[in-house]
Write a protein that binds this ligand. Sequence first.
Ligand code: SAH
Length: 342
Amino acid sequence: MDFRNLSRKDLELWALDQGMPAFRGRQLFRWLWRPFFQDFSQVTDFPKALRLKMPGLGTFYSLRTITQEISIDGTRKWAFGLNDGQVVETVLIPGQDHNTICVSTQVGCAMGCKFCYTAQMGYVRDLAPSEMAGQVLRVIELVGPEERPRNIVFMGMGEPLANYDNLLKSLEILLDDMGLNFSSRRITVSTCGLVPKIERLGKDTNVGLAISLHAPDDQVRSKIMPINRRYPLAELIKACKQYHLSPRQRITFEYLLLGGITDRPVHARLLAKLLQGIPAKINLIPFNEIPKIGFKPPGPRDVLAFQEILRDANYTTIIRKSRGNDISAACGQLHASVEEMV
Ligand code: SAH
């Protein structure tokens, strides 16, 4: 058993189950999520006999750093080795006064979006809660307290809502003030549009929601994102309208600009209409080139024209600067493979 898969509450129950007081579980939880925790002998608030007994009761896994790359823009990308030899990538994006960590939720992805490099790997496996929260812990250890990320985006490899239960458990650990102590306002989960899970996420958590929208009509969207055939735009938009938001919170819509395919003025006007009535902010993402894919990036003037139309319709619209492109750390470019690493 991996103790890092358990929330504070789970560990309290575990302690009771072992015939110990619940606070032992709480004590263990604190230690497990402290940077550089390495050995049960460090749990100094446990009696010595219990410390010695711990390795027989369970274990805890940490991620292994395989490679670290630093972009000219300061973005850092790590490949982390998991317990079974699989590899995931995690990215740290520097901001003006705080960093954002981009966390992976699966090895590979089953969603099959035509423009995404991770999709080309196919689906390998879900990440455990310890492996998702573990990416954050490992990065905190690697960069130190000064550069500790303040924001978490679940926008790395994989579809977070296709790994829902583990995602929720990792959120519990990340949000716990005895765990990694993040604020739910600083966490955003991004999805390609698994409608029933969007509805659940809104009920189960207070985290922010980002939708990889990428096209304003079903015809184009179904062509580039197979998930749209299962959950077409009308259903997706309805789920967004119902998503629980706090007063100043908005849903982020990511919109991929594919040259000639989604970047025309007509698309911008349709998009403005589609999002009417939703507290929205729009992130335009010019297509990042990836191997073996025929799409083209949009022209710079088309990007500005697209933004202009949305701004005229009163949407907060930013053009997402491509970060870490030189180290393949930008949106859609994560693609870990063991062969690549060695
Ligand atoms: N599966 C989730 C989380 C991945 S987030 C989701 O779909 O939201 C990664 C973001 O990068 C998604 O918005 C994805 O659609 C986008 N993306 C994928 N390939 C891209 C590419 N080649 N260029 C730019 N953005 C891309």
